[in-house]
Ligand binder design. Structure first.
Ligand SMILES: [Zn+2]
Length: 239
């Protein structure tokens, strides 16, 4: 390879390193993981809310079931007393008790039904919340894996490019390297251009006649009169 080829290859590996480092700094999975965690926190808060409602409903159901059993026992007991009673007053009083207990039990049963319906709805919501939470957890895992994999890939790419760079540096003369590094710094990465006929491949400016003559007569690695990049005279005549 000629020194010009080496210089172009050096620019290629430097761009690979630059792009990979920029990509590493701004990997989109980072933002996505943060957004996912925010959603997870919202879902967790909702789950806690649903759990509190469920506990409340369970306590109420337990209480109603106890009262229902107590009233059922009271009804049986009163009925037995009525069966055994032999005077009208006692039967009358006991019947009043019985009616009260039956009415109270009807009320408790009505409340029980509505609490059971409420529990059904709470359990439905609870399942939805759990499902959302599972989906977010799966998403987080997927993002974390993709992040890890991409970091590994990019680091491998950078390491490989740096190895190529080391070999190229041994072949390029120190003076040319100094020129390359200095232009690279001032031009934000791209230091080398080639001529496309009578134009610079990077700044795209057409050389004027006097510049063309100078470039034609000058060294094969010149300087673009317009952007100041190293200009490799490669592509045919300068015009
Ligand atoms: Zn240029």
């Amino acid at each position: 390879m000629s020194e010009m080829d080496d210089l172009l290859a050096l620019q290629e590996v430097d761009l690979v390193i630059l792009r990979a480092s920029k990509r590493l700094e701004g990997l989109p999975q980072r933002e996505a993981i943060l957004a996912n965690r925010k959603k997870q926190a919202e879902v967790d808060a909702k789950a806690a809310q649903v759990k509190a409602l469920k506990d409340q409903c369970e306590a109420k159901l337990e209480d109603l079931q106890t009262r229902d059993a107590q009233l059922a026992a009271k009804i049986d007991e009163t009925q037995a007393l009525i069966n055994e009673a032999d005077d009208f007053r006692t039967v009358d009083d006991l019947t009043e008790d019985l009616v009260r207990a039956v009415k109270a039990r009807e009320k408790v049963d009505f409340e029980l039904t509505s609490q059971l319906e409420l529990m059904d709805r709470i359990e439905g919501t609870s399942r939805q919340v759990e499902q959302a939470s599972q989906q977010l957890k799966a998403k987080e895992l997927e993002l974390a894996n993709s992040f890890k994999q991409e970091v590994l890939d990019l680091r491998a790419k950078v390491a490989q490019a740096q190895e190529s760079r080391k070999q190229l540096l041994e072949r390029i003369s120190p003076d040319l390297l100094r020129r390359y590094e200095s232009v690279k710094t001032s031009k934000g990465g791209i230091a080398v251009a080639v001529n496309l006929g009578d134009r610079c491949s990077v700044c795209n400016v057409t050389f004027q006649e006097g510049q063309r003559i100078n470039l034609q007569r000058g060294p094969a690695i010149a300087t673009c009169p317009s952007c100041g990049r190293l200009l490799l005279r490669r592509d045919g005549k300068l015009g």
